[in-house]
Ligand binder design. Structure first.
Ligand code: PLP
Length: 410
């Protein structure tokens, strides 16, 4: 095929690429196409089907011809369902004008940062963090400021670290609890301590990514930032979605609660990019939020059994150690000893990327290198070297766990 020789990528995309998790998935799928048997532990999605009542609501929406453009940032019925959800589950009282719906929580994050960041504005991000945060902030013109959180602190950012990271240019703190990839949950006391620092810095807002709120394992109960610090609620953007809680990753519905001014600015971004989220998915999401919630607890229990199995199995491997995550469905394992002792796997691997390459091509297991969660462009951070040596074994729910749990999955 002829190539267009004049093509060059925009400078806006300098240093920004397709997420490493997606790239590893593509590489693994190529091996499957060549007849290899691969265990996928890379993608961040539940393997359960979308619940039947939600699927039926989507089918009915198609039959009822709910297939046209909708209100830009969410149909009224969905905004009302989200308002009720925030009240019921998070003790947060948002008005309809304070609710925004978009195609996935990722788009909501994109909308917030596009709508609020000026060139050079800083966003404080506790590390390790989800692979997309840095790139979304940078596309929006912002500067991600990495705060390296230590394993000794349970990967939680301390109030002192937050204080030290804030500058006059700081616009947001981006919190994710439970966290991808560490599973860390911020307890109420901890959020209150961060809140004290934020009270002294009225120019800083908080984006609270609560997408894994329903997947916690009993240690630290989930509390949303705006609930832990009600006086800060006007400064908080609470981001959530139906992807993880209801196994609806493909339906693409996320939502946020924020001040009416921020919601209006986010709608401007959405109006000139994706426009309304899928009409059918919105109707299905109404059913997910208003219908039976029984599946959430059942599936959480399955995740917990898988967590216990996976963490025990990882800790049985010489050279790997893994702390039990308190939430989300990822294991973030320390592979330093394995890398230091090549005799264990009878191969010299120098870092997490090489080890993950070995896992995929020699063992047929797709996992994600820990350095992907170290934030691209965060070079110079004192933890960069260390972070590179973590390996993320994601999504417990795949076949290695299935023989033990298939009866419980149903
Ligand atoms: N936030 C975090 C921390 C995630 O891990 C993900 C997806 O993996 C998202 C947001 C995006 O979720 P959605 O599918 O709603 O876009």
């Amino acid at each position: 095929m002829m190539q267009w020789s004049e093509f060059s990528r925009s400078e806006k995309l300098d240093g920004i690429n397709v997420s490493e998790i997606i790239r590893i998935g593509i590489e693994a799928n190529k091996l499957v196409a060549n007849g290899q048997d691969i265990i996928f532990l890379n993608a961040g999605e539940p393997d359960f089907p979308t619940p039947d009542n939600v699927k039926m609501a989507g089918i009915k929406a198609i039959i009822d011809n709910q297939t046209r453009y909708t209100a830009l940032d969410g149909i009224p019925a969905l905004k009302e369902a989200i308002r009720q959800k925030f009240l019921r589950e998070n003790n947060l009282d948002y008005k309809i004008s304070e609710i925004s719906v978009g195609p996935g929580a990722k788009q909501l994050l994109f909308n917030v940062f596009m709508a609020t960041l000026n060139q050079g504005d800083e966003v404080v991000v506790p590390m390790p963090c989800w692979t997309s945060y840095f790139d979304i902030i940078r596309i929006a013109g912002g500067v991600p400021v990495a705060v390296q959180c230590s394993v000794e602190e349970g990967f939680r950012m301390t109030a002192e670290q937050l204080r030290a990271a804030i500058t006059p240019k700081t616009r947001w703190l981006l919190l994710n609890s439970p966290s991808n990839p560490t599973g860390t949950v911020y307890g109420k006391d901890h959020l209150e301590a961060l809140g004290d620092v934020l009270r002294q810095n009225p120019h800083v807002g908080i984006v609270s990514d609560d997408i894994y709120e329903h997947i916690t394992y009993g240690g630290t109960p989930f509390v949303s930032m705006a609930h832990a610090c009600p006086d800060l609620k006007p400064r908080v953007v609470t981001v959530n979605g139906v992807s993880k809680a209801y196994s609806m990753t493909g339906w693409r519905i996320g939502y946020a609660g924020a001040s009416a001014e921020i919601v209006a600015a986010m709608a401007v971004v959405q109006s000139q990019s994706s426009s309304n989220p899928c009409s059918i998915s919105q109707v299905a999401a109404v059913e997910a939020l208003n219908g039976t919630q029984d599946n959430i607890a059942v599936r959480r229990d399955v995740f917990q059994r898988r967590r216990d199995l996976s963490v025990a199995a990882l800790n049985d491997i010489p050279g790997i150690s893994c702390r039990a995550p308190e939430g989300a469905f990822y294991a973030f394992a320390d592979i330093r000893e394995l890398v230091a002792n090549p005799e264990v796997i009878k191969k010299q691997v120098r870092n997490d990327k090489e080890l993950c390459h070995y896992f995929l091509h020699t063992c047929g297991v797709a996992v994600v290198p820990g350095s992907c969660f170290g934030g691209r462009g965060s070079s110079g951070s004192p933890m960069q070297h260390r972070t590179r040596l973590w390996c993320c074994i994601r999504s417990y729910e795949k076949r290695c766990a299935a023989p033990y749990w298939s009866s419980g999955i149903g």
